[in-house]
Ligand binder design. Structure first.
Ligand code: F6R
Length: 615
């Protein structure tokens, strides 16, 4: 939710900040703005719309001089997306300039107080309130910017990553973090601040990730000073070496990041198990798990907390953990879990799944579980993210940066990690036979080739997409391991094509959704080889009898379903427990092609943001 970026050094800040915003646009894209400071004048340009609109506006009417700059790409929380509510925001005197990712929950009462003291507000944002609070403190308490920020942040409730500078201090940016991410890139006599490391990856490999309730004063040509916001103690920052490279965050010849990321799946799934899965030796080695294996084997149950696509990966994991490792699993929406006074004991293990590692609700669920004494294991993609730091241990998915807002490779790599965890636990607990265990290890290694094979049906899927692109509704059905895949297929279609779609367990159809079926209704049925195959065939018959249009996803060599279905998508035969890794692919492609045909903004669908750092 919102991306922030800043630069201070010796080069022109404008291109650094502008390119940084383009890379952060996945975090929010309803408006954008930049402020530049050349030591004399502050220049600011803001606009509703995308970073490209901002760039065009700046080209028309703003000088781009200055070696200090900050920029923001917004996902509106307080105040509609328009030019005025866009960031950066000035304080009343025009001396302070701020950008902010997060929500100041008590902004209304602070605003009331400030108004009584004569402050005026041009926007509806909580951020303009914060910058004026900082100004008020700076003037009344006669303190410098850093101290004023610190005092102000001790008065606010909410979440923030902020960057603020002062006209009187041309060599300094003050940043602070609580709840929203903030990375500081450390170059030679220059510094970068950003919501993640992508804006500065071509300039430096060294970064500090601020912890919650930390602030930093970033001064041109000096060391970064980090302090606690509460208590004021000095923090010695940990400088992390980044593993990103520029190629990973560019489109590489694909029309959209989403398509690139769909096609990356064979290689990133391999990256996920590389060095961890030694199939010939029958070994699964997961650094984060080995040390804590007894926490899992002694657990009463595993509770999985996540949101959206990551929650769907959790549902797949529920099947595989219960099936293979015989550990009871509950899968919870983090947003519900955190607010319903859940019963958690020290004998529970919590697995938090998150691509970004920044999702506010998942983070809050983790904190709650830790307070209640549970052991919390993270499955995250973004290295160094807040969730990866807040959990007791965990495994990274190694999917590389996922830029397309609709999650694709994050899902399959999450399932890959969770499958390895389940197999390792099953082995330790003795709930799986040696032959079954070895079969799954070897089969897991064949998944990248099978995903590659599934991707070859892209042209066929494109043709099917052309037939159904104008449908108003879709139904997605699956059973067992492929029920969560049906949910995920429906979510993908909804979020990027804006077509209403529902995922259902195939057998539940007759308890309600069957009423929706008529000749207008496309029904995507996952009917691959499984224990439920015959039952799914019966479900297909039921849909046919009501004239629904069947788009069936079948295993290679299928005959029965092919005869019944109107359209068929094929995937290689895969053991049931691993099948979601393959069946997901055609559904991703189907939603992608429909969205492209409808001329939707595939990588940045309306109303969404990649990283949901507000609750
Ligand atoms: C769907 C999607 C979202 C995310 C959800 C959780 O394509 O991207 O539903 O899965 O917001 O995000 P993470 O995994 O970053 O916690």
């Amino acid at each position: 939710m919102c991306g922030i970026v800043g630069y201070i050094g010796n080069r022109d800040a404008f291109p650094v900040v502008l390119n940084g915003l383009k890379r952060l646009e996945y975090r929010g894209y309803d408006s954008a703005g930049i402020a530049l400071y050349d030591g004399t004048d502050i220049q600011m340009c803001k606009t509703q719309g995308k970073v490209a609109d901002l760039e065009a506006k700046i080209q028309q009417n703003m000088p781009t001089k200055g070696t200090l700059g900050i920029g923001h790409t917004r996902w509106a929380t307080h105040g509609v997306p328009n030019d005025v509510n866009s960031h950066p925001h000035y304080s009343n005197s025009g001396e302070l300039v701020i950008i902010h990712n997060g929500i100041i929950e008590n902004y209304a009462s602070i605003k009331k107080e400030l108004k009584k003291r004569g402050y005026t507000f041009t926007s509806d944002t909580d951020t303009e309130v914060l910058v004026n609070l900082i100004e008020d403190i700076k003037i009344n308490e006669k303190v410098k910017l850093g101290k004023a920020v610190q005092i102000a942040l001790n008065q606010v409730v909410g979440a923030y990553a902020i960057a603020v500078f002062d006209h009187n201090k041309p060599d300094e940016i003050v940043v602070a973090k609580l709840g929203s991410p903030l990375a500081i890139g450390i170059g030679d006599d220059e510094f970068f601040v950003a919501s993640d490391a992508t804006p500065f990856i071509e300039f430096t490999n060294n970064a500090i990730y601020l912890e919650d309730e930390e602030m930093a004063i970033v001064r041109r040509g000096r060391e970064v000073k980090v302090r606690k916001i509460k208590g004021d103690s000095v923090v010695v920052p940990y400088v992390q070496e980044l593993q990103l490279n520029l190629e990973q965050i560019e489109k590489g010849g694909y029309d959209h990041f989403m398509l690139k990321e769909i096609y990356e799946q064979p290689s990133v799934i391999k990256d996920t198990y590389r060095g961890r899965l030694l199939s010939d030796q029958g070994i699964i080695k997961l650094g984060g798990l080995d040390e804590y294996i007894e926490k899992f084997t002694n657990a009463n149950r595993i509770i999985i907390v996540a949101c959206g696509t990551s929650w769907h990966a959790g549902l797949v994991a529920e099947y595989i953990f219960e099936d293979l490792a015989r550990i009871p699993v509950e899968v919870e929406y983090a947003s519900e879990f955190r607010y319903r006074n859940p019963i958690i004991t020290e004998k529970d293990v919590i697995i938090a799944i998150s691509q970004s590692g920044e999702t506010a609700d998942t983070l809050a669920a983790i904190k709650l579980a830790k307070e209640k004494g549970a052991f919390v294991y993270g499955v995250c993609n973004v290295v160094g993210s807040t969730i990866s730091r807040e959990t007791h241990s965990g495994s990274y998915t190694h999917a590389g940066p996922e830029i397309g807002v609709a999650s694709t490779k994050a899902f399959t790599t999450q399932i890959t990690v969770l499958t390895m965890i389940a197999l390792r636990l099953a082995k330790v607990k003795g709930t799986i036979s040696q032959s079954d265990y070895m079969m799954h290890l070897h089969e897991l290694e064949t998944i990248p080739a099978k995903v590659e094979e599934a991707l070859k049906s892209d042209e066929n899927i494109k043709k099917i997409s052309a037939v159904f692109k104008d449908a108003r509704n879709f139904l997605y059905l699956g059973r067992g391991y492929n029920f969560p895949v049906a949910l995920e297929g429906a979510l993908k279609l909804k979020e990027i094509s804006y077509i209403h779609a529902e995922g259902y367990p195939a057998a539940e159809m007759k308890h309600g959704p069957i009423a929706l079926i008529d000749e207008q209704m496309p029904v995507v049925v996952i009917a691959v080889n499984s224990n439920h195959y015959e039952k799914v065939v019966s479900n297909i018959e039921e849909i046919k009898a009501r004239k629904g249009k069947i788009i069936a996803l079948v295993s290679e060599g299928d005959t029965a379903v092919k005869e019944l279905a109107d359209y068929v998508m094929e995937v290689p035969i895969t053991p049931e427990a691993l099948s979601p890794l393959v069946t997901t692919i055609p559904l991703q492609l189907l939603s992608y092609h429909i969205a492209v045909m409808l001329d939707r903004n595939v990588d940045q669908p309306r109303n969404l943001a990649k990283s949901v750092t507000v609750e």
